[in-house]
Design a protein around this ligand. Structure first.
Ligand SMILES: [Zn+2]
Length: 197
């Protein structure tokens, strides 16, 4: 179960408890996931979560980075549009490290001053957990009387840019995930090393 995975991450990374304790976030996250999946989403937006439960978005971003570490219940992707071929990409850490368009090979996007703002970090619920929630919701729906869903207000939910995620993790005392920190190191070194030969 999603919550069980979460517990495992908390025991591997005790410093997460200083950000938000497990017993506090677990029921909130469960509620949030149910709502988001019911609305048809497979992604969790840290800003929406922070807004809903009154947290500092920086804290939630750090937690989501931890929850999307290898073996975690979330999977993070970097979404951006290639400046050359305009293809939209969802890349994982390893793919993103190369910062090259998988479609056309263009590698000049990083030179764009807005690049880090334009890259959005999305947190996807891993397939088995998504299925589990969908199944549970279906069972509930068939046993309960139909309840009308409130119209969704998503237009006001900002997406997490890579820039804001980097700022948030920089501000934290400990790295929420080494793979993420490693990836960022490479991106930063390319940003500062004159980039293109
Ligand atoms: Zn391209």
């Amino acid at each position: 179960m999603f919550i069980t995975e979460l517990k495992g991450i908390y025991s591997n990374k005790p410093f997460l408890s200083n950000i938000v304790p497990y017993h506090e976030i677990a029921p909130q996250l469960e509620l949030f996931i149910n709502q988001e999946v019911r609305l048809g989403s497979r992604y969790l937006n840290p800003y929406r979560f922070a807004f809903k439960f009154g947290y500092n978005p920086k804290d939630i971003i750090n937690l989501f980075i931890a929850f999307s570490s290898k073996g975690g219940p979330l999977k993070r992707f970097y979404r951006f549009e290639c400046g050359e071929c305009e293809e939209l990409h969802l890349l994982d850490d390893d793919q993103f490290k190369n910062l090259k368009c998988p479609e056309c090979g263009y590698d000049g996007d990083i030179e764009n001053i807005d690049f880090l703002d334009n890259v959005k970090v999305v947190f996807e619920i891993k397939e088995p957990f998504l299925k589990e929630v969908q199944r549970r919701l279906k069972d509930q729906a068939s046993s309960e009387r139909k309840t009308k869903l409130k119209p969704q207000k998503t237009s006001d939910s900002e997406e997490a840019s890579l820039k804001s995620v980097m700022d948030s993790t920089d501000a934290a005392n400990e790295s929420p995930d080494e793979d993420f920190t490693e990836m960022i190191k490479q991106v930063k070194s390319r940003l500062s090393s004159g980039l293109r030969k």
